[in-house]
Design a protein around this ligand. Structure first.
Ligand code: ADP
Ligand code: MG
Ligand code: MG
Length: 245
């Protein structure tokens, strides 16, 4: 579904991502670990087509189509969606009304998801205005559910979220990515950024990557990589990347 080849990304004169290669098949969900400032948000914003990020080299393909130079709204039409790390608050717009505008699902289904996320009492509130960390994340998940994209990127869906809601958010992401279906029956793929890993207790992911200093320093089994990070931290990942260089 998503194929990234030799991607280098700049902001102004600064190279943020170097030679990124990433393949995510239909039905797969990958997780991206990495310390603060590694370039995780840059990567998914580049996939989305945010014009702030300049592709200095390489290509991005979505379902076989080269989207490297495609504007953001066209990528969204193709089925690429994002749940933001820190979305803005939108004063004057009720969550319910925003959902009615963006939703591609039956309203009944949206209402079921509202209930599942215990979000009924937020529907008449202004979007994200005065929401706590966990509430903002649930609001994002609800919006992405309503938009129903095929490829969903989640930027730190677990940061600033209490334990109970991490479980709720993890379960919901699983559902959004068709994880209760067999892999051949799934229509969705995902890329999830986290630096905690606790959310993986509640989610099924197929592969993990560690991004350090703008480079994917290792890829593999999510559990193994997470255990490695817990035991040794990112330093060891940086060390193995420097060896690779
Ligand atoms: P992460 O999501 O992994 O924490 P980011 O992708 O947000 O990292 O940032 C990667 C690097 O790019 C950081 O060093 C950050 O300071 C830098 N960066 C992000 N935005 C800008 C910008 N507008 N101008 C210059 N540098 C930026
Ligand atoms: Mg960060
Ligand atoms: Mg980030």
């Amino acid at each position: 579904m998503l194929r990234i080849e030799n991607l280098c990304v700049k902001i102004g004169d600064k190279e943020i991502l170097t030679d990124i290669n990433l393949h995510i098949e239909k039905g797969e969900t990958h997780v991206l670990f990495g310390p603060n400032g590694a370039g995780k948000s840059t990567l998914i914003n580049t996939i989305l087509g945010n014009p702030k990020y300049e592709v200095a080299n390489g290509s991005i393909y979505f379902n076989g189509k080269d989207i490297t130079d495609m504007p953001m709204h066209e990528r969204a039409k193709l089925g690429i969606g994002i749940s933001y790390q820190s979305p803005p608050a939108i004063s004057g717009v009720k969550l319910k009304n925003l959902l009615k505008i963006i939703s591609k699902r039956d309203w009944e289904d949206v209402e079921k998801m509202v209930k599942h996320l215990n979000f009924e009492k937020f529907m008449d509130r202004e979007v994200n205005v005065g929401f706590s960390g966990g509430e903002v994340k649930r609001s994002e998940i609800l919006q992405i559910y309503s938009q129903n994209p095929d490829f969903i990127m989640f930027d730190e869906p677990d940061s600033g979220v209490d334990v109970e809601n991490v479980e709720l958010i993890g379960n919901t992401i699983n559902k959004l990515l068709d994880k209760e279906l067999k892999i051949c029956e799934r229509n969705k793929s995902g890329l999830i950024i986290t630096h905690m890993g606790h959310i993986l207790d509640f989610m099924e992911v197929d592969k993990a990557h560690v991004l350090c200093d703008g480079v994917i320093s290792c890829s593999g089994n999510p559990r193994e990589i997470l255990n490695n990070l817990i035991n040794h931290g990112y330093k060891r990942c940086i060390a193995c990347y420097q060896k690779k260089k």
